[in-house]
Design a binder for this molecule. Structure first.
Ligand SMILES: [Zn+2]
Length: 466
């Protein structure tokens, strides 16, 4: 078992991570709010969390992976009322579509997927503990707030001191009910019923209402992973206030360290722009498929940048990733088929090393290609021993599994060109040999209009269907 070296937002340094109980690496990922289709920005985070799990499992660790679905909040309540459905019905529909998208993207199912609606009693109990400890109070309108002045370590994750936090909160003080709070930066644990909540209310010791958003993740993560666990994760936008508030709730209630390690995935931009509803660039898996790509091309492109850097998602990058997957598919075609894969990475061990070094996916993908090319060259030169090939084929298979990348099969990726296309390719080859570049370019355009890409190689050319 090798530990993974992973950047920890809490300590601002890369640290080794292995199971604190010596058995299973227990981790929690904040899941989506299920009121619409998840978009590529959400999937960057979910795909990276999935790679994290695959990599630690490849390194010999067992995992316990919990990802929640947020189904009680302003957006889901508003959406269900607008759709004339119950909150359960409305959010179950979007949860099903989330599962369809996750499966298409080869994202492993979490071991537990709790929802806020199903865990209201646990949330009420946790709020009760915070009330007993003087860390929460009831306002005049009946809502319960967390008293952040009473939690000494507030701000330790986002590295803000309390006056910065207060300043941020003052800036956002714009809704009437906020004036009930002792302090502008205090946040709601329990929201008293309002008319716009419709039928969505639960009984509590503090009257009818519903839990705030932050409390669900504290209650559900501790229920399934224990009061202290190994790692907690989400997009960088969740560091403050969501994760900061989770720490205040959980550590305030238990007096113990909540999550030891915090793993955050940077933002995604689309064609250089911020993603937003108004720009119409909140692309979904269906959008990507409608452009003629496979979901796995999207997955590959989300791994092409380091998770701590913002990633620019473009159609050009999708194209490049599709070609890269095809090259891997062509390499797979050189390997023996029908073998039972053995454990281990053999010549692909540097790929796992790069992944264990702060999930350096761009470096690891580069290595996957360069090592494949070296092996292919050896094979073509007849330098490989047949008995080495089992270990090499297994290593390649295991490396692909660690990324969760599937490569096109010989007949899918390497579809044979019809005779007319082959003729055009031959003509272009002849034009190139005669150094008639204008004619060669014209023929290449003609091929591309017919849906084929001709790639020149040292010993000829290759035709690939676009
Ligand atoms: Zn959460």
């Amino acid at each position: 078992m090798h530990p993974i070296n992973l950047y920890n937002t809490l300590t601002r340094s890369a640290e080794n991570l292995s199971p604190m109980d010596g058995q299973r690496l227990r981790f929690y990922c904040c899941g989506p709010t299920v009121y619409g289709r998840a978009h590529v920005g959400n999937f960057r985070t979910f795909v990276m969390q999935d790679v994290f799990r695959r990599v630690v499992e490849a390194a010999g660790m067992e995992t316990l992976h919990v990802r929640n679905v947020t189904n009680v909040d302003d957006k889901t309540i508003r959406g269900s009322i607008a759709a004339g459905q119950s909150l359960e019905e409305f959010t179950e529909y979007w949860t099903r579509l989330l599962h369809v998208d996750c499966e298409a993207l080869s994202i492993l199912e979490p071991h537990e997927e709790p929802s806020a609606i199903a865990h209201v009693p646990e949330q009420i109990e946790l709020i009760g503990q915070l009330m007993e400890k003087g860390l929460a109070y009831q306002s005049d309108n009946g809502s319960i707030y967390y008293r952040i002045a009473a939690f000494e370590e507030y701000g330790k994750l986002c590295h803000l001191n309390k006056s910065d936090v207060r300043h941020n909160a003052d800036q956002r003080l714009n809704t009437a009910d906020e004036y009930d709070k002792e302090n502008a930066s205090d946040f709601a644990l329990w929201k008293t019923w309002r008319e716009e909540d419709g039928d969505n209310a639960w009984d509590s010791p503090w009257g009818r209402g519903r839990p705030g958003w932050h409390i669900e993740c504290s209650a559900m993560s501790m229920k399934y992973l224990g009061e202290s666990f190994d790692m907690h994760s989400g997009g960088v936008d969740l560091i403050f206030p969501h994760h900061e508030n989770e720490i205040a709730q959980s550590e305030g209630a238990t007096g113990k360290t909540f999550a030891r390690h915090w793993f955050h995935v940077a933002h995604l931009k689309v064609e250089g722009e911020k993603m937003s509803k108004s720009l119409g660039n909140l692309y979904t898996v269906d959008d990507i498929v409608s452009w003629g790509f496979e979901p796995n091309d999207l997955r590959y492109s989300l791994l092409a940048g380091h998770y701590r850097q913002p990633l620019n998602f473009t159609k050009d990058s999708l194209n490049a990733c599709r070609s890269a997957r095809r090259r891997l598919g062509q390499f797979a075609d050189l390997l023996p088929v029908g073998l039972e894969p053995t454990p281990g990475f053999s010549v692909f061990a540097p790929v796992l090393d790069a992944l264990l070094d702060d999930l350096n996916t761009p470096k690891a993908l580069g290595l996957l290609h360069s090592i494949s090319q070296d092996v292919a060259a050896d094979l073509k030169a007849g330098k490989s021993e047949p008995d080495e090939m089992v270990a090499i084929a297994s290593g390649f298979h295991n490396a692909l599994l660690a990324f969760g990348i599937e490569v096109p099969q010989a007949d899918a990726g390497g579809e044979e060109a019809p005779d007319g296309i082959k003729d055009l390719a031959e003509q272009r080859s002849a034009a190139r040999a005669a150094k008639d570049w204008t004619e060669a370019d014209r023929l290449r355009d003609e091929l591309s209009k017919a849906g084929w890409e001709m790639r020149d190689q040292a010993d000829g050319y290759e035709l690939t269907k676009l």
